[in-house]
Design a protein around this ligand. Structure first.
Ligand code: GUN
Length: 294
């Protein structure tokens, strides 16, 4: 069996064209331009590159972006003051603080200061907790991107065995909860899992976000499985690879995402979606006789 290679770029392109249309409607009907504020602390080159991508994505679909660059030495109070100002600015619909933050800043204090209604990253404790009950205000972007890929390819989730490899707060745990909400049978594996293959071989859908190149080899993949590779690793020779032995596993799987060109494009796309959704909610709250929820 040779897998269908899922073209994340093409899916992202199609969704972004749709989102551009939604931005046009917000402008013409409500005189609202969706806006995303991005706070970048320090000069981590990877973070700078991610932020550049996010800002370019905004431009592509007509979202206004505001970049706030702060030095590594910035105090937590000053950072929280910036967030408070953005929370109170009605022209801003999404607030994103790029992670990681310098060690002297408490990440949870920062993420929890962001208004839940502007938490387009979905990292606020309320949004995280909402994943348990299926009541998020915004879904976290990478897991949401994985869900959208499965939807786009008409891959059913209900009743299927999903194995998520990686238990991070940003990807593994929320992906597992979102797919469980869709009635999949979900297992999460992580660094301490003994005999990973015992679990991955059961997976109809295998989602891998471990940060370990070549962790998933064909021997531990079920024939016909759907393999979604969220890994993004730079090898010493500069090549970017995922966590899956792509060439080997593509001969055994039914679907597979490449790295790059798979899930990566979808993360920023879902951030754009969440920002537009936030602007739509704000616009309908100002035109509706009913108040939106607090
Ligand atoms: N750092 C790595 N991934 C992310 C992300 O999705 N959002 C934010 N804010 N920071 C990150």
């Amino acid at each position: 069996m040779t897998a269908k290679i899922i073209d994340g770029k093409a899916i992202a392109r199609k969704l972004r064209a749709e989102y551009h249309g939604r931005v046009d409607v917000l402008r013409s009907r409500h005189n609202v331009t969706p806006a995303l504020a991005v706070i970048l602390v320090g000069d981590n080159p990877a973070s700078q590159s991610y932020v550049r991508n996010k800002i370019a994505g905004c431009k592509e679909v007509g979202i206004r972006s505001e970049l706030i660059e702060l030095p590594t030495t910035v105090g937590e109070t000053e950072l929280l003051d910036h967030i408070e100002r953005l929370n109170n600015d009605a022209s801003i619909h999404g607030i994103l603080v790029q992670l990681p933050l310098p060690a002297h800043i408490k990440v949870s204090s920062v993420l929890e200061r962001i208004s839940v209604e502007k938490d387009v990253d979905g990292f606020h404790l309320y949004n995280m907790g909402g994943l348990v009950t299926g009541n998020t205000v915004f879904s976290p972007c990478t897991p949401y991107g994985v869900q959208k890929i499965l939807e786009h390819e008409n891959i059913p989730v209900e009743g299927r065995n999903v194995v998520v490899v990686g238990a991070s707060n940003i990807v593994g745990k929320p992906t597992a909860l979102m797919l469980m909400q869709q009635d999949a049978t979900v297992v999460i594996c992580h660094k301490k899992t003994v005999d990973l293959g015992n679990f991955t071989l059961l997976a109809d859908i295998l989602v891998v976000a471990a940060g370990v190149p070549n962790l998933i080899v064909p021997q531990i993949v079920k024939t016909g499985a759907v393999v979604i590779d969220v890994g993004f690793n730079r090898l010493p020779d500069g090549r970017i690879v995922g966590d899956v032995d792509f060439d080997g596993v593509k001969e055994k799987a039914s679907y597979i995402t490449p790295v790059p060109g798979g899930v990566g494009q979808m993360t920023v796309t879902m951030l754009l979606h969440n920002t537009i959704l936030s602007a739509e909610r704000a616009a309908s709250a100002t035109t509706s006789p009913f108040r939106r929820r607090a």
